[in-house]
Design a protein around this ligand. Structure first.
Ligand SMILES: Cc1cc2nc3c(=O)[nH]c(=O)nc-3n(C[C@H](O)[C@H](O)[C@H](O)COP(=O)(O)O)c2cc1C
Length: 348
């Protein structure tokens, strides 16, 4: 089973609440997190990308460190951990991304994957004049597929000739090709997002919401196995007792940054596609810790004493057949340390 850290390279990580001290992302902070993650045996670290935050009392995600440059530096400070920077497809030409990833592959000696995000938040891209129009909500995974076709051509042969609705590449050269194969990650949740993962992803992130866990359990019982590996996404709160961990989580919900949450939901609501993350966000205000509350960015919380959390992880992995987990924490450095020292030893 593999474990990863969802790096808090946007302000305040994945918690929208005044219960925690707000913080801005800094290189030093990311560095100490990945060093601790490597020490505790975590397999990968994934930085996200946001071009516009959601304000509120905590200034949620108003600052965000850029993932590729961040990884270029972090790779030189580590030896084993794999980095999965996120590319916002609308913001970067695929040939630029192909070259950047080949460079990172070389710097890190092959310790890189790529997280694909189509960008489904109009205000982020509209402010840069990069929003293609609202029909992008419907065709964004078609755009993503063409983007991946270009990456695959360039990474396998260093060349690409392709005409599409989006780019016209004529004998386009891009050398060097990467030192190692670059696995593709994606968190597509909507039906077209899942189809995209089936075609192109090596790994798919799935929010660990109860209905999704049930779906995975059912699929496992039926012997259905997707081509991609599945990583479950959770926020983790480990304390000395189950009661204390739950109380800390509930306090975070009680002191939620309502303005930031409302801004985030308004932005996501512009995407009216059913079955995706936007729909989950619209209904997330009153959800419990386990169901994915807006104060945790709709990420469900796994909470309890070290033994309880270990037991939950073990059970989830056995029942769903998931290949791994990615976690966020309230305090990443101490959270990862406790996970490595007190939780992991109870997981077989
Ligand atoms: C683990 C994870 C990482 C993500 N990283 C980003 C990101 O960095 N930037 C972004 O705009 N969206 C990000 N997303 C959003 C997804 O890429 C995806 O667009 C969203 O979940 C909506 O799914 P859908 O496009 O299938 O509706 C992330 C989602 C997850 C679960």
């Amino acid at each position: 089973m593999k474990f990863g850290v969802f790096l808090p390279n946007g302000s305040n990580g994945y918690v929208l609440s005044e219960a925690l001290e707000p913080y801005l992302p800094t290189y030093e902070h990311q560095r100490s997190i990945v060093i601790e993650a490597e020490k505790q045996g975590l397999s990968f670290a994934l930085p996200m990308i946001k071009f516009r935050g959601f304000g509120g009392a905590t200034g949620y995600w108003d600052h965000c460190l850029e993932p590729f440059t961040l990884i270029a530096a972090l790779a030189t400070e580590t030896k084993n951990i794999t980095f999965v920077p996120t590319v916002a497809l609308l913001a970067l030409h695929p040939v630029y991304t192909a070259r950047t990833m080949a460079t990172l592959s070389n710097i890190s000696k092959g310790r890189v994957g790529l997280n694909i995000v189509t960008g489904w938040n109009r205000p982020e891209y509209e402010q840069m004049g990069l929003w293609p129009g609202d029909d992008y909500y419907e065709h964004r995974y078609d755009f993503a597929s063409e983007y991946l076709n270009v990456l695959q051509d360039l990474w396998s042969t260093g060349k690409c000739t392709r005409q599409s609705n989006y780019w016209d590449l004529k004998d386009c050269h891009c050398f060097p090709t990467p030192d190692c194969e670059i696995p593709i990650f994606s968190a597509g949740q909507s039906p077209s997002g899942v189809d995209f993962c089936r075609k192109f992803a090596d790994f798919r992130f799935v929010f660990g919401h109860p209905e999704m866990l049930k779906k995975l359990e059912q699929e496992k019982l039926e012997g259905h196995k997707e081509k991609y590996g599945t990583y479950l996404l959770f926020h983790m709160i480990v304390e000395s007792s189950d009661q204390l961990a739950k109380k800390i989580g509930e306090d975070i919900i009680a002191k939620a940054d309502k303005v930031a949450i409302s801004n985030q939901i308004s932005s996501a609501s512009l995407d009216t596609n059913p079955g995706g993350t936007s729909e989950a966000m619209r209904s997330s205000l009153d959800k419990s810790l386990e169901d994915g509350n807006a104060a945790f960015n709709i990420i469900p919380v796994i909470h309890g004493s070290p033994k309880t959390v270990a037991m939950k992880i073990q059970e989830l992995s056995e029942k769903t057949g998931a290949d791994g987990f990615m976690f966020s924490w309230n305090n990443f450095e101490s959270g990862i340390k406790v996970f490595g020292q007190d939780v992991l030893p109870h997981i077989s």
